[in-house]
Design a binder for this molecule. Structure first.
Ligand code: SAH
Length: 370
């Protein structure tokens, strides 16, 4: 049995837990700051807390449950962490350095139950949902590795829930993690710095529409017709385009000023990237009066996926057709392809065997602070 992971508790819950141990509430504030503001992953390091309490905490709870197995660094600076849970399931997180603001892409599930034919994660199947603590800890590990332990992040990172899994099939843990990460006394990554991507879980889109303080929404389309979408994203058989876009219309009505809502469209050479399909997509979105921007993602290939990325010229023409019909569109630059860190490439694979953790000298792992 895994002991209670304190990184998954809200400040109120942590206070209740600490009071249950017979300790005053202010200790909970110290522990919360230790975990989330200072990003410590053991009670032993919380030297502002008395030693007896640290021992007591170790008996009843844990400050970390993930271990980093491997770290891969791309030629473009992107870092992929392959971690495992206490019960041995893979978890992957990607740190993407950018000029203005770095982005951390986290996973919501180990594996994924959806069977999108263009995504490598699908090949794992669903292993299990991640807990809120496991979601939060991914971000702590990535920040510590990128910036150093006890070093304030040089700027607020953006988070994207676009790693392994379908976040909206793990809705409660996802939203709990996002609330905890927003705490001003902790990581302080507010929800408008977070974007969550769904393959189209309609009830969760409707639920998100009722929540005031929420992350940005991205919806993966991949096809302009039910016929093709059924084939590429079998979830479409459960929630076809009419229902999905109906939920998106209602979500659009709930948008506050400055809130973003986007569609993602993976570009597969010769499959969904023709001029005709661009017109169909634009007409579909216009029919539903959806004003969201479309983000075109050139396919990230990986063996044994049966697709190739559309040529950049094709992607650009597709984008121009959308624009000519009043749909704003942009192209996502692929990052970390060489280390299997790009969208749809997360499947707990070794990218470069020379970098597995077994090759890390223990001291080196420590100096990585992960
Ligand atoms: N399950 C969620 C989030 C994970 S995928 C979802 O489907 O939205 C994040 C994005 O990557 C999605 O838009 C997905 O369509 C896209 N994607 C998946 N596999 C890809 C691949 N091989 N190349 C490019 N994009 C891919």
């Amino acid at each position: 049995m895994q002991s209670l992971h304190l990184a998954g508790l809200s400040p109120t819950e942590l206070t209740e837990f600490v009071e249950g141990l017979g300790e005053p509430a202010y200790r909970a504030r110290q522990i919360f700051a230790g975990l989330h503001h200072r990003r410590l992953r053991s009670f032993a390091e919380m030297t502002d807390v008395p030693k007896e309490l640290r021992t007591k905490l170790d008996e009843h709870a844990t400050a970390s449950t993930l271990t980093v197995e491997s770290r891969y660094i791309s030629s473009d600076g992107t870092r992929r962490y392959l971690m495992k849970t206490h019960d041995n399931f893979p978890v992957e997180t990607v740190f993407i350095p950018e000029k203005r603001r770095d982005t951390i892409c986290f996973s919501s599930q180990s594996g994924c139950p959806l069977q999108c034919t263009f995504c490598l994660t699908a090949q794992l199947g669903l292993l299990r949902n991640l807990t809120a603590g496991e979601i939060v800890e991914q971000i702590i590990i990535a920040l510590n590795d990128a910036y150093g332990v006890l070093v304030n992040a040089p700027r607020a990172a953006n988070l994207v829930g676009m790693g392994a899994g379908e976040p909206f099939l793990n809705f409660e843990s996802l939203m709990r993690a996002i609330r905890i990460m927003a705490e001003p006394d902790g990581l302080h990554i507010v929800s408008r710095r977070v974007t969550v991507s769904t393959a189209g879980v309609v009830p969760s889109i409707r639920k998100l529409a009722t929540i005031l303080d929420r992350p940005h929404l991205a919806v993966s389309l991949a096809a302009p017709t039910d016929e093709l979408r059924n084939e590429l994203m079998p979830i479409n058989k459960k929630w076809p385009l009419r229902e999905l876009l109906g939920a998106c219309e209602d979500f659009q009505k709930s948008l506050k000023p400055g809130e973003r809502f986007t569609f993602e469209y993976v570009m597969l050479d010769g499959v969904n990237d023709s001029d005709e399909q661009a017109r169909q997509l634009a007409n579909l979105l216009n029919r539903h009066e959806l004003r969201a921007k479309v983000n075109l993602i050139p396919h990230n290939p990986a063996e044994p996926l049966p697709y190739q990325p559309s040529l950049m010229k094709r992607v650009e023409t597709f984008r121009e057709i959308l624009e000519s019909k009043g749909i704003h569109a942009s192209v996502r630059k692929p990052r970390g392809r060489d280390i299997l860190a790009a969208c749809g490439q997360l499947a707990a694979r070794d990218a470069n065997p020379s970098q597995t953790v077994s090759d890390f000298a223990p001291a080196k792992v420590e100096s990585l602070a992960i």
